[in-house]
Design a binder for this molecule. Sequence first.
Ligand code: 9D3
Length: 229
Amino acid sequence: MLIDILTIFPEMFCAPFGGGLVRRARDKGLITIEIHNIRDFALDAHRKVDDYPFGGGPGMVLKPEPIARALRSLKRGREEPKRVIFLTPQGELFTQSMANRLSLEKHLVFICGHYKGIDERIREKYVTDEISIGDYVLSGGELAAMVVIDAVVRLMPGVLNDSQSALDDSFQDGLLDCPWYTRPRVFEGMEVPEILFSGDHRKIEEWRRAKSLERTRRRRPDLISGDDL
Ligand code: 9D3
């Protein structure tokens, strides 16, 4: 999978993509990530990427030409990308089912916005999907893009090993995870549930399922009613 990212803060991506799962996927050749600095496509003397909003008001709007030029440059010599994703608080709320769908694509382009966002004409002409990662205010789309990319990349075949299989994910069956324990058997006076030493794998599976359901009912009843997935 090819992942292009358009941003005015390219440095932000170094640490999250320089280690962990995304790094491993890159090393294995499963993904290629290209980060494009929108400022490199601003042709004026001051390399200006934003401007005052027409009609007035606080804040700045990202100018359309540098973004359009950046998009044109990354399309050069390549197939037309099927999805150009704009990260915005106005977008569709990101879910596991969206991650599943995106993980099947060959090429994803992400545009990171900022306070006020981007000129509306870029959205109209180039953007195919708009995604929000939740109802809280971030300072820009960069962290949201990293969240989406992490969730998508880990679903790709070969990224996780068997013991981390994405098929086990609690969200894949729509429930929260059960409690997990490791050694020591007694920690600060607290014991591990007896059933986990029974050796009865069917019973243990039943217990885990019951705990998952109990937790989900208490903390996230919306997941049981099937609002998502
Ligand atoms: C003035 C109204 N604000 C919207 C609630 C403006 C605004 C605030 C913050 C516009 C953009 C931003 C920056 N956030 C993102 O670009 C963003 C975001 C987010 O803030 N929350 C959850 N998901 C996302 S995806 C991109």
